[in-house]
Ligand binder design. Structure first.
Ligand SMILES: [Zn+2]
Length: 328
């Protein structure tokens, strides 16, 4: 039975966009949560695919112990929460540059920070989440209507002015189907905002298996900026803007990846910055050698992380990208 299992794990998965088997193993033997994962590349669309693809029940369990669900609604230490709030306001303003008011759907709305801001601004807001557990905070604290379960067919066609998918598409079992569904439920000329980590970025190429944004096994698909743009275009959207500098993701992506490359326990700084609610109670945080090493290296690595993120952005190779598209 063991042998059978390992055979399945090493099998080349099919690309869900091109319906053909992947032929190239790009990253192998990534050990996470006591399991081994590999990443394969589709030879036609170049998307990377995580294998094995964990079943829904297993993912739900992993989300509970991972970085994604905070009962208090705070994911990080207070000063980072302030920065995140400020950047969310800026995102609202960018969206309003396209559509000044209306109805918005946030797919993977999480704790509802963005939707709550939009709601305060007079928008009609709806969220979508993986399951009831993930939906409960936004529902109970901000009284946001959060749907769960299969996205397909949940909403009326042409009923939204804006659909937002922020760092969620890579978590989905059927990302292509999700984008088709976005097109169906958006009004003509409606705005789709998609943000994902970018495998074509300099930080991805530098970090490889220890790249902070790889996030195995939560990320089932890994997109390049060009690959995702082509995919969005194929779903009948006009791509208007591709942002390669995301302040809340890219410099930290570099910083944590450089720390990972320095022999410090993987993603240790990220763990330190999480709210106490999300910290793993079995992990020792302070005083640990890893924490001391991280804090000694930050003064050196942080300026580099900012410089590298700026260079990435100029070269259109940002660690994460945010794409603004309009329905044709
Ligand atoms: Zn493909």
């Amino acid at each position: 039975m063991k042998i059978l299992e390992s055979k399945t794990e090493s099998a080349f998965p099919a690309c869900s966009f091109c319906d053909e088997k992947t032929k190239k193993l790009v990253l192998k033997n990534i050990f996470k949560y006591e399991k081994k994962y590999n990443i394969f590349e589709c030879s036609s669309c170049r998307t990377w695919i995580t294998s094995p693809n964990p079943p829904i029940e297993e993912l739900s369990k992993l989300y509970s112990i991972g970085n994604y669900r905070a009962k208090t609604g705070k994911r990080f230490v207070p000063f980072l929460e302030k920065i995140i709030y400020f950047l969310t306001v800026r995102k609202r303003n960018r969206v309003k540059g396209y559509v000044s008011e209306g109805r918005i759907l946030d797919i993977g709305c999480g704790r509802g920070l963005f939707l709550n801001l939009m709601k305060k601004d007079g928008w009609l807001v709806t969220g979508h989440e993986f399951d009831e557990k993930s939906a409960s905070y936004a529902k109970n604290n901000y009284e946001i209507d959060v749907h769960t379960g299969d996205l397909k067919g949940q909403f009326e066609k042409e009923s939204f002015d804006v659909v937002n998918i922020n760092h969620v598409l890579e978590h989905m079992k059927k990302p292509g189907e999700t984008l088709s569904e976005c097109n169906r439920i958006l009004k003509k000329g409606g705005l789709l905002v998609v943000a994902v980590p970018n495998i074509d970025s300099l930080q991805a190429k530098f970090g490889k298996k220890i790249w902070f944004q790889l996030d195995i096994p939560f990320h089932l698909y890994h997109f390049s900026s060009k690959g995702l743009v082509d995919l969005i275009k194929s779903k009948l959207f006009h791509v208007d803007l591709i942002r390669h500098f995301k302040f809340e993701y890219n410099p930290f992506g570099w910083l944590q990846t450089m720390l990972n490359a320095s022999g410090i326990r993987e993603n240790h700084l990220y763990d330190l910055l999480k709210s106490s609610d999300l910290k793993d109670k079995n992990n020792k945080y302070f005083p640990s050698i890893d924490a001391v090493k991280s804090f000694l290296l930050i003064p050196l690595y942080l300026p580099l992380a900012l410089i590298f993120s700026a260079i990435e952005a100029v070269l259109n190779k940002g660690g994460t990208v945010e794409i603004y598209s309009l329905k044709k």
